[in-house]
Design a protein around this ligand. Structure first.
Ligand code: SF4
Length: 204
């Protein structure tokens, strides 16, 4: 399961379902901004600054959780401290979906480097700041719980229902998802039932 699935699922389970089950992905201005940002920071390699070594676009995985993906930036500090930094083009929301993706990166790095990671960071290009995240037990449990829920979704191929709330306004998938249509309940069902019936409302 890709690490990004955790962020998508935490934002809206249906968004993650559309991407993973239906291979659907749509760009909007925000996703294009994100892609351009990652083109700048995701050049694989390592650099040094003083006593800190910095790795870019590091492939990571966690066998136990079945996760794989890339870390945008990983700083290796003296005395073995490992700091993953996820880059986001938009505003940082404390406790939001980016925290889960970054915590999952930390869990992958812990397993790979045989270490313990208690801090990670999200860099927001919007305010050009690093936001520190505490990798506590609560966040670890949340990552584990979401991986189970996403795997259930993949196993059953059940696309989660549309949420049709404020999240949809900022979601690039809104055109293929059609949340307003799907949540109009009875009206949608009536149109669906009559889809192939000549003379039905759907035909008119
Ligand atoms: S449009 Fe709304 S319901 Fe559909 S995937 Fe996006 S946030 Fe979820």
């Amino acid at each position: 399961m890709p690490l990004s699935a955790l962020e998508h699922y935490a934002y809206c389970p249906r968004q993650s379902g559309l991407i993973l089950l239906e291979d659907a992905f749509e760009d909007d201005a925000a996703t294009v901004r994100g892609t351009l940002l990652h083109q700048r920071v995701d050049t694989p390699g390592k650099r040094g600054r003083g006593t800190v070594r910095t790795l870019h676009r590091l492939p990571v995985y966690h066998d136990g959780l079945g996760l794989y993906g890339y870390c945008d930036t990983v700083e290796l500090h003296p005395r073995g401290r490992v700091l993953p930094i996820e880059h986001k083009s938009g505003r940082y929301l404390p406790g939001g979906p980016a925290d889960l993706q970054t915590a999952a990166q930390a869990l992958c790095l812990e397993a790979m480097f045989n270490t313990t990671i208690t801090r990670a960071a999200v860099y927001s290009a919007r305010d050009r700041r690093r936001h520190s995240i505490t990798i506590d037990q609560n966040l670890r449990d949340h990552v584990a719980e979401l991986t189970i829920r996403i795997r259930d979704m993949l196993t059953t191929s059940a696309l989660p229902p549309a949420v049709a709330d404020n999240r949809c306004k900022r979601c690039s998938m809104v055109n293929s998802c059609m949340p307003r249509v799907l949540t109009r309940g009875e009206h949608f069902q009536r149109v669906l039932d009559g889809l192939y019936q000549p003379g039905s409302p759907a035909e008119q």
